[in-house]
Structure formats: C-alpha cells, structure tokens
Design a protein. Structure first.
Length: 255
C-alpha cells in the first residue's frame, strides 16, 4: 500500500468524523450547503458532508424564557414607575426564526419592553399599579401578533413587578400622611360640631320643660295673677334660652 493510499484513508476517516453529528434532544440544527439553507437536523445521529455542508445554527425546541430587564415607564399622568416582565416563547419554525430576523431573542425582548411602555403609558398611576392582569393580557396580545411574522409562539407573559420609583414612593407616602391628617381634623371638627348642637338642643328642651312645669303649678294653685306672672316668666325664659340655642343650631348645622 502506497503512501498516497494512507493519506487518502486518513482523509476519509477525518471526513467521516467531521461529518458525524449527534443532535441532542430538545434541539434542532440548521445546516447550510455552500451558504444556502439545506435543511434541519432533528435530534439523533446524522452524517453530513463536512466539505460543502456546515451547521450554522443550533436552536432549542424547548420553551424559551425571556427575562425583560426593569425599566422606567411614564404613565398618562406623568408619574414614573418601574416595571419588568418575563415572556415564555417557543420556536415553531426553525427556518423562519433564524432567517426572518437577525436575533429573534433580542427582538422579542425589545418588543416586550416597547409594548409594556406603550400600554402603561396609556394608564393613570393608580390604574397601572392595580391593573396587572389587564396589562398582562394586552401585552401578550401585542407581542403575539408581531411574533407570528417569525413563526414564534408566545406561550405566556407575566408581569414580575410594577412599583413606583423611590422618589415617587416617598411623594405618595407624604400624600397619604397628609390625607390621614386631614381626615382626622375633619372627624374631630364634626364631633365638636355635633356635641355643640346636642348641648343646644338639650338646653332648649330643658327650658321648655321647666316653663311647662311652672305653668302647671300656677294653674293648680287657682291664682290668676300668679298664673299670669308664671306664664310671662316662662315665655321670657323660653325666648331667652331659645335665641342662643337656635343661633347655635343654625351656625353648626351648616355643612
């Protein structure tokens, strides 16, 4: 056997080793022949031509977790909040995913970020902080429509956190403290107002009862002059007490 034969056998062995490809479970590999798409290798053992064919892309067929970093979002009422999310996607067509866009992972991540800013930007601060399910639903719908162009399936989208910035949180706490103080002052004033009204009504009722008692006593004594004097005194007493009581009722009954 000549030296050329040994070299030839060696090259054949190297070519076979280079051409053997074992695709692991959960992945699919895209192969190109002379720079053009040639096919997709499914999990298992494959032999390719190592001279004209190469593996260009290795794509997972499992669900892909895209962690969207935290970002500042401005609400409709110009409040600044922090929001981040996580998306679960799956590649439905390997060829479209790798040739339809340069980096489908980065594209989906940017799409989630921009859609999240757009959705929250149309809400007030209170709506954004309390409408997590609505934001999640609208976000999934927004990115699912765009993902169809690359034959990607959006399995789920979750809002990890929505919270005010530290400065906004401090302002909200001061506002809440001021509101609690205002409610306490109003409640105290209402209590004082009701107390004065009740005291005025009690004094008026006591004067009326006292006058009635005096009239009954004078009438029972069969003394017309005393009865007339008691009547006059009772009327004066009622008028004297009724005037300030009525004034107090009018003043404190105002809202």
């Amino acid at each position: 056997m000549t030296e050329f034969s040994f070299v030839l056998i060696f090259l054949v062995i190297v070519a076979i080793i280079k051409g053997v490809r074992i695709v692991p479970q959960g992945e699919e590999w895209v192969v190109e022949r002379l720079g053009k798409f040639a096919g997709v290798l499914s999990p298992g053992l494959h032999v390719i031509n190592p001279i004209f064919t190469k593996v260009s892309y290795k794509v997972t067929t499992k669900d892909i977790i895209l962690d969207v970093p935290e970002q500042e979002v401005i609400t409709r009422d110009n409040a600044v909040i922090l929001a981040n999310a996580v998306a679960f996607i799956k590649v439905s067509n390997i060829e479209r995913a790798v040739y339809g866009i340069e980096n489908f992972r980065e594209a989906m991540r940017n799409m989630v970020q921009t859609s999240l800013r757009s959705i929250i930007g149309g809400m007030d601060l209170n709506q954004a902080l309390t409408s997590r399910d609505r934001i999640k639903s609208e976000l999934k719908q927004a990115i699912a429509d765009e993902a169809l162009d690359w034959v990607l399936t959006v399995k789920s989208v979750e809002i990890q956190d929505i919270k005010p910035t530290p400065n906004m949180q401090d302002a909200m706490e001061r506002q809440a403290a001021a509101e609690r103080e205002r409610v306490a002052v109003v409640t105290e004033a209402e209590g004082a107002k009701q107390s004065l009204i009740l005291n005025a009504e009690a004094r008026l009722e006591a004067a009326r009862k006292d006058a009635e008692a005096q009239l009954v006593a004078a009438k029972g004594a069969n003394d017309p002059e005393r009865f007339s004097a008691m009547l006059d005194w009772g009327l004066r007493l009622v008028l004297l007490l009724a005037a300030p009581c009525t004034l107090a009722l009018l003043v404190f009954a105002q809202p």
